[in-house]
Design a protein around this ligand. Structure first.
Ligand SMILES: [Zn+2]
Length: 313
């Protein structure tokens, strides 16, 4: 067992089903998720849904082929205005939520319940934005789709179908106990059959479809207990699920909470703000800014941000 797996937590384990029907990623995240959430005091339903997006971000971070950032945003709700998660190529995760506390309290329940079909209720006109920013590329790739599905997992699968034109299935588990928040995720994506030439009628097409359908059934047989277990080794779990066809695992990646904010970056952002906005933020001779991701506070001299013009400020 490699050192990376010794904690059995905070990792992404890529794999491929040996029937060549599917590739996938298994995610387990505990302390790193707790670190993302603990910077804030979110209501249960907000923390639970943000945890689901963190898991999705970790599962999709393999989409980054170079150094960069994958960002997932969900907008369009009255009670929860925004859920955003960034994952870097080396497993650095950060995320935050904007919400209306009064509207959250007015919901039937503000307690997070896994697999509850809550998305259409919370985000009636929801949009999912996925942005890939990679080193060396002139502009980021951005996909924006309506939120289509009752759960976050369904919505991401619909995104794949619509934008990636690939079939994928997602299973997400989130739990909150006295030990903190933890989550797990399992995804499989149908592999393109490169160079596939149908032989003898539709025989092989049926075979390929059957293999994919079987991989989906096997993947869905994973229980929430298995997905969230801190003691079940990922290789053992994948073997349990896919041993009929065989499964090959690749090098795992670690996950950790990492905010990319810095004094310099915040100053750069501020220097592009209209003066009227800066005026709202000033406190005496200073401008105070709190990073929404990690709650770090940054303090700048007003003079350093703008040129004072006839004591306008
Ligand atoms: Zn930060």
């Amino acid at each position: 067992m490699s050192d990376i797996m010794s904690g059995l937590d905070d990792f992404v384990q890529p794999f491929q089903v040996e029937s060549r029907s599917a590739q996938g990623r298994l995610v387990k995240i505990g302390p790193a998720l707790d670190a993302v959430l603990s910077a804030h005091n979110y209501p249960s339903i907000v923390a639970g849904l943000l945890s689901e997006i963190v898991v999705v971000g970790a599962m999709l971070s393999g989409t980054l082929k170079k150094a960069g950032v994958l960002s997932i945003q969900i907008r369009g709700g009255a009670a929860i205005n925004l859920l955003v998660v960034d994952v870097t190529h080396d497993g650095g995760i950060r995320g935050y939520a904007r919400f209306d506390e009064t509207k959250i309290k007015s919901l039937n329940s503000d307690r997070y319940v896994a697999d509850k079909p809550i998305v259409p209720v919370l985000f009636p006109n929801g949009k999912l934005t996925l942005t890939l920013t990679e080193e060396g590329k002139k502009s980021p790739y951005q996909g924006v789709v309506p939120l289509e599905g009752k759960t976050i997992g369904d919505c991401i699968a619909a995104y794949f179908s619509r934008s990636v034109q690939s079939e994928a299935v997602f299973k997400i588990g989130v739990d909150n106990s006295d030990l903190g928040w933890r989550a797990g995720g399992l995804m499989i994506q149908r592999l393109a059959q490169k160079g596939f030439q149908p032989q003898s009628g539709d025989e092989r097409i049926i075979d390929v479809n059957e293999k994919w359908n079987r991989a989906v059934i096997l993947m869905k047989s994973c229980s929430n207990t298995e997905l969230l277990s801190k003691t079940l080794h990922p290789h053992e779990l994948l073997y349990r699920l896919f041993n009929e066809d065989g499964v090959r695992v690749f090098h795992p990646e670690t996950l950790h909470m990492k905010c990319r904010c810095s004094q310099e970056k915040v100053k750069n952002v501020l220097s592009n703000f209209p003066h009227s906005e800066i005026k709202k933020m000033k406190n005496g001779r200073f401008v105070m800014v709190t990073c929404e991701f990690c709650n770090c506070e940054y303090k700048f001299l007003l003079d350093d941000i703008i040129k004072i013009d006839n004591n306008t400020y």
